[in-house]
Design a protein around this ligand. Structure first.
Ligand code: FE2
Length: 380
């Protein structure tokens, strides 16, 4: 943290401030064209190598609803969703992400998206018929950070199944909550996303000012997407919400009963960042899915920005449980608009894993402690 004087240390052990204390030394220029008005993260298009295995994981195990399907693709939605889908599984040769898709407020916002990204020199493709079933006219771009982003307004409405309690399972997924992206230079990514209209809600930094991750929102929750520092562009995870914590425990019990506990990568637990209850799973291709519930409202303009010290051992897990190394190092490839995997660029800033766990890492439970803070011993 470059200037902790501007922050207030809270009784919970993190800092709050009024303005995200992140500055980039290598910013992407701010376009003169206004950004599109983004409502929320809406769906992810995932390329999977075995459509039947993926369909089984997302439909039979996790209980997402099939809106439509054919031999090539399955279109899935959560129980409270009224738009055509929150997740597309599309059969392909390489497991990857084809689109991080956002809904915008009006059809005119598509014009704004085209102008905004064109001014940045990005590849932009607009399709009147949309890129997937159920979605109307839409714009896909290769953004300045290397991610395939999509914007749409017109979409086919389907039945919101929130009242259909006969369809609920103990682990029912009710909403798409957020994406999480891996990028080498977090401050540069955050500056760009702020130009796109996102607001930072939380971040992780160290005393020297290195930024390890940042969470950003359009809808009034903790995030629509997060930027995680690492080799990128890659997709870290896509997250669905349950109503309550016990729904997440039910998913763990079901995975155990199905002898699929090896799909559980991390958790269940309580995050420090976001205050949400969480579970991380890996799908048959290794795509990471988070099950997430009970973060907090962030919609006021003076919503306090939370900054965590990277050495605070409760930032990633409020109970102090260690983060498994694969969670830091593994992520999914992303595709360009031709369907080819984007080249992955190495992070040069310090890695969070290296500074917090392992032989040289240091974390504390109580600020000022001089001994390592893991309650269960070292993880490596
Ligand atoms: Fe997440």
């Amino acid at each position: 943290m470059t200037n902790r004087d501007d922050m207030t240390l809270t009784s919970s052990g993190f800092y709050v401030s009024q303005e995200a204390p992140i500055r980039s030394e290598n910013p992407i220029p701010t376009p003169s064209a206004p950004a599109p008005d983004i409502l929320r993260c809406a769906y992810m298009e995932l390329v999977v190598t075995d459509l039947e295995a993926s369909r089984n994981f997302y439909v039979e195990v996790l209980g997402l609803t099939v809106t439509e399907e054919d031999d090539e693709s399955v279109y899935l939605r959560s129980l409270e969703e009224f738009i055509h889908h929150n997740l597309v599984l599309r059969k392909g040769p390489v497991a990857a992400v084809a689109a991080f898709s956002y809904r915008v407020r009006t059809p005119e916002d598509l014009d704004k998206a085209v102008a905004f990204y064109t001014e940045l020199g990005c590849r932009v493709e607009r399709r009147t018929e949309g890129w997937t079933k159920g979605i109307g006219e839409s714009v896909r771009v290769e953004d300045p950070l290397g991610f395939p982003y999509e914007f749409f307004h017109d979409v086919e409405h389907v039945e919101r199944l929130a009242w259909r309690y006969d369809l609920y399972t103990p682990g029912a997924l009710v909403r798409l909550d957020h994406f999480n992206q891996v990028t080498p230079d977090v401050p540069r990514a955050v500056g760009f996303m702020q130009d796109l209209g996102f607001r930072v809600t939380e971040d992780i930094q160290d005393e020297a000012g290195t930024v390890y991750a940042a969470w950003m929102r359009r809808k009034p929750t903790v995030h629509d997407t997060a930027m995680t520092g690492g080799d990128g562009p890659r997709m870290h995870h896509v997250a669905f919400s349950t109503h309550e914590k016990h729904n997440i425990l039910a998913i763990c019990d079901k995975l155990g009963a199905l002898r699929m506990s090896d799909a559980i990568e991390r958790g269940p637990g309580r995050h420090g960042v976001s205050n949400a209850f969480y579970l991380y799973l890996r799908d048959p291709d290794g795509h990471r899915v988070e099950i997430y519930t009970q973060d907090y409202y962030t919609g006021d303009p003076d919503n306090p920005v939370v900054t965590w010290d990277v050495h605070d051992n409760q930032r990633r897990d409020w109970w102090g449980n260690p983060v498994v190394p694969s969670w830091y190092t593994e992520a999914s490839l992303v595709l360009d608009l031709d369907g080819n995997p984007k080249e992955v660029v190495a992070r040069t800033d310090d890695s969070e894993m290296a500074v917090t766990i392992g032989a040289d890492g240091f974390s504390y439970t109580r600020m000022g402690d001089e001994e390592k803070g893991f309650k269960l011993g070292n993880t490596l």
